[in-house]
Design a protein around this ligand. Structure first.
Ligand SMILES: Cc1cc2nc3c(=O)[nH]c(=O)nc-3n(C[C@H](O)[C@H](O)[C@H](O)COP(=O)(O)OP(=O)(O)OC[C@H]3O[C@@H](n4cnc5c(N)ncnc54)[C@H](O)[C@@H]3O)c2cc1C
Length: 594
């Protein structure tokens, strides 16, 4: 039976030792309550809930899935009760404004909780996760009346939320969406259309569901400039028993995340209310997109961590063959598979991505706090850095999260392919993370095209300056030389390659598309290299000041592994980036014959 144990030691290390959370919280206005004691008490409680309540439901959710019956959706056994417990403990309100019933704690703390909950049971975590997106949208763009009516209920957890963007003919290209919103004399709208793939669109966990829907006004311009955003509740607040013309037509039968309902939602002249200005729906959505995308980046970390924990237990337990240099456990009929270099490579890859990914997400989460709390230059700086790092965190971490989940299956051998061990579920569940919230390809174009080239490299410089400063400060630190030296070189190369692609793109825009995913992955490996260097520096300082804990030695050894075995992947990415678009574009469409 697979298990999940919250990695409290590593969370504490990243949060407090590497990222100095205490100072970070002190520097935020109105966050005096986030004292170290309080923060660790919250994390410990969240860990208990994740381990004891959600983790045992993970396989049940996969086996039972959600059931559709005449428009009603039943979630798997135990999901509803777990949600009630979550609400009674006040978790939905943690990082939301006190004025609407929230606890006013920082977003970054909310993300730690999401990590615990999501790693234990990703499918379950999506129900409150989608609500969180809806809350952020209302918080940023809702009127006071909308906040009092809807936000308060979402914060309390009485109601849940969804994000309704996708339609059958458009997912990436939302400019083509057709859902209509007809203005009514009382200021409301009648919303009609069909949305597909709506996560948590219908379920039995809460008394009402607040759909945040993208739709078009009758006179709207074509394309993305004619999209508006609406609140469309399942039931109007004045009558929680009557239908508001919103129905779930069916559930998708899908590869993974079976415990989460993925719904076809029909809106049939449903009453809705405009959020934000007309035709500015996509702009409104973008304001919380960074947080939502970080939420999906977490899924990469979740599947890497879960895969690592369970495959580590297995690798220490499973006896097969002897170590190449002679028996490591002569008393046993064979050695545990953890002695074999190739098994270790897979375990260390999972560990490097899980722990590095945690550092990157917590780093980004602190930027979210800063962008929210400050004004002026400080806010702009945090926003710009976050805008640059978010597509990297989302796409890179989900790609390597899937890789790590796959290693988990491989470590179990044939047993990994058998359902009861849970490893194949981890692979299936992780696969969606590279698709929703913008596919890897879309994140890559966003990074290279919009964020880097369209700012003439300014966004990249915002990060490379930070890396440069770190390297300069540690240049004479002998213990860190093996990390700092390659980072100095990569930092320089990153700028040069960007320039080369930018030059080629002036002649041919396909050069951007052709280099984009390789560029994003290259950027991911470098950014994670910086995270590993930061962690190695902290671990080294602890050892130098007398700590004899194995934990710090393991950090240094994992950093070595990352720099020796993972970071060199940048070499082949440089080659493929340099090879340009010709080999991709020269084959005529009609010549793709088979
Ligand atoms: C389980 C699940 C849950 C979901 N939850 C939600 C939800 O809650 N709310 C919601 O609104 N949506 C949701 N989605 C929809 C999801 O966000 C979309 O599936 C996703 O955005 C991709 O859109 P698409 O499926 O239409 O693919 P398409 O847009 O048709 O893309 C097909 C392929 O073409 C590539 N592509 C497209 N354009 C480009 C380009 N310019 N350059 C390079 N490559 C390109 C894509 O990367 C992809 O590989 C969910 C989907 C699933 C499967």
């Amino acid at each position: 039976m697979p298990e999940y144990k919250a990695p409290l030691r590593d969370i504490d290390f990243v949060l407090n030792d590497v990222l100095n959370a205490e100072k970070h919280y002190q520097d935020l206005p109105d966050c005096e309550e986030a004292t170290p004691d309080m923060v660790s008490a919250i994390i410990e409680e969240g860990a208990k809930f994740a381990e004891r309540v959600l983790s045992p439901l993970n396989q049940i959710g996969d086996q039972q899935g959600c059931q559709w019956n005449d428009g009603q959706v039943t979630t798997p056994e135990g999901f509803k009760e777990a949600y009630q417990q979550y609400v009674e403990s006040g978790w939905p309100s943690l990082a939301h404004e006190e004025q609407y019933g929230g606890q006013g704690l920082p977003e970054s703390l909310g993300l730690v909780l999401n990590e615990l909950v999501g790693t234990a049971n990703w499918s379950w975590s999506m129900y409150p996760g989608l609500s969180h997106g809806a809350m952020n949208t209302l918080d940023a763009h809702g009127t006071e009346e909308q906040k009092q009516t809807y936000l308060t209920q979402l914060i309390s957890g009485n109601w849940t939320g969804t994000m309704c963007l996708t339609e059958p003919h458009c997912g990436t290209d939302l400019g083509m969406l057709r859902t209509k919103a007809e203005p009514q004399a009382d200021g409301s709208y009648k919303v009609s259309g069909t949305k597909i793939f709506i996560s948590a669109g219908e379920h039995d966990m809460a008394e009402n569901i607040v759909h945040i829907v993208l739709a078009r006004l009758p006179d709207a311009p074509a394309g993305t400039k004619g999209i508006s955003l609406f609140i469309v509740p399942k039931h109007l607040p004045e009558s929680l028993t009557e239908s508001n013309g919103v129905s779930c037509g069916s559930l998708e039968h899908k590869m993974g995340i079976h415990g989460n309902s993925t719904c076809v939602m029909n809106f049939d002249e449903a009453t809705g209310y405009l959020i934000g200005p007309p035709n500015k729906g996509l702009n409104c959505m973008f304001t919380f997109m960074n947080t939502a995308r970080l939420g999906t980046a977490l899924q990469g970390l979740a599947h890497a961590e879960w895969g690592f924990q369970n495959s580590l237990t297995y690798a220490k337990d499973r006896l097969q063959m002897r170590a190449l240099n002679g028996p490591a456990h002569p008393d046993k009929p064979a050695d545990p598979i953890i002695v074999h270099p190739e098994v270790r490579k897979m375990l260390l890859t999972q560990k490097a991505f899980a722990e590095g990914g945690r550092a990157l997400i917590y780093y980004c989460a602190q930027l979210v706090d800063k962008a929210k709390a400050h004004e002026g230059e400080e806010k702009e700086k945090a926003d710009a850095l976050l805008a640059f790092l978010t597509p990297i965190a989302k796409a890179f971490l989900t790609e390597v999260g899937f890789e790590s989940a796959n290693h988990g299956l491989q470590i179990y051998g044939g047993h990994g392919f058998i359902a009861e061990w849970g490893m194949e579920q981890n692979v299936r569940d992780s696969r969606i993370s590279m698709l929703y919230e913008g596919t890897t390809q879309i994140q890559a174009i966003d990074l290279l095209g919009r964020k880097v080239l369209m700012t003439q490299g300014e966004a990249l410089k915002g990060f490379t300056k930070i890396l440069h400063k770190f390297c300069q400060a540690e240049i004479d630190n002998e213990a860190l030389a093996k990390y700092v030296k390659p980072l100095v070189e990569l930092n320089k190369e990153w700028g040069e390659i960007t320039m080369q692609i930018g030059m080629k793109a002036m002649q041919n825009r396909d050069e951007v598309g052709a280099a984009s995913v390789d560029y994003l992955m290259y950027s991911g490996y470098v950014v994670l290299g910086y995270m590993w260097a930061l962690m190695a520096k902290t671990a080294q300082e602890k050892i130098d000041s007398g700590a004899s804990d194995d934990f710090y030695q393991a950090k240094l050894k994992t950093a070595d592994f990352y720099f020796n075995r993972i970071l060199p992947r940048t070499r082949s990415l440089v080659e493929t980036m340099k090879s340009g678009s010709d080999s991709l574009m020269s084959l005529e469409e009609d010549h793709f014959v088979f």
